[in-house]
Design a protein around this ligand. Sequence first.
Ligand code: SF4
Length: 270
Amino acid sequence: MTTAPVSVSSDVPSDVTPGLPSDVPFDVALDVTPDVRNLRDLPAAERDRALAAVSAALEGKPAEEIAGWTARTFGRDVIVAASMQDLILPHLFASVIPDVEVLFLQTEYHFPETLETLDVAIRDLAITVIEALPAQSVAEQDAQYGEKLHDRDPNLCCFLRKVEPLARSLDGRAAWVTGVRRIEASTRANTPIVSWDDQHDLVKINPLVAWSDEDVEAYQVKHDLARNPLVAQGYPSIGCAPCTRKVAPGEDPRAGRWSGNDKTECGIHT
Ligand code: SF4
């Protein structure tokens, strides 16, 4: 099938990049930056084609360069989602967007260790944490749906405490960043670096898609990052406390999420 050429520009809109460091890493050979101000208005096929071209150009680039492209393209109109399993994304993006907004989905069901890691991130990194709260407290949710909704209907619980607050937090933004990696699950194996998020109507950027567990470890060692202590205690994938168990050595790292249930994703990436 013949397709029209993608309309691209290497010019970075000056009005979306105020206050960025002048040494943001950026490969000038990557001259496929779509005009982000008009991306939402493009026909879906043209928009997807433009972002696929960007994604292909970024494939194989270091995460630092992908973060640099993100900063140069979207300036401050980007929010970085972080679960506080580690501090990699907040650290990576704080280096290219000072005081970058970091989104934490405050489900009110987190492990104390995760909340302590959040406190360390706020203390140590040049970030602005945005805590996305569910519409209802746990007590209010219990009153309406009954206690331990996570045991009886985890999809509804995740929708109320993660999916809806995320959608609210992303509304009107140009782009968001996630730490999804392809090796984490078969459902994530084909995740692109850059794509249009139809569910939330903005650009989604996954700078760590190609990272192995060794890459994760190497970044944390190189930058001497604080750790969520649960990882060393047998929790390689950390979600809410009621829905996360330890995994045995050699077990699928995500086997501890919604264990005993066929649910594998909370719904924010699907
Ligand atoms: Fe609820 Fe569990 Fe989903 Fe957290 S992970 S929002 S407790 S179902």
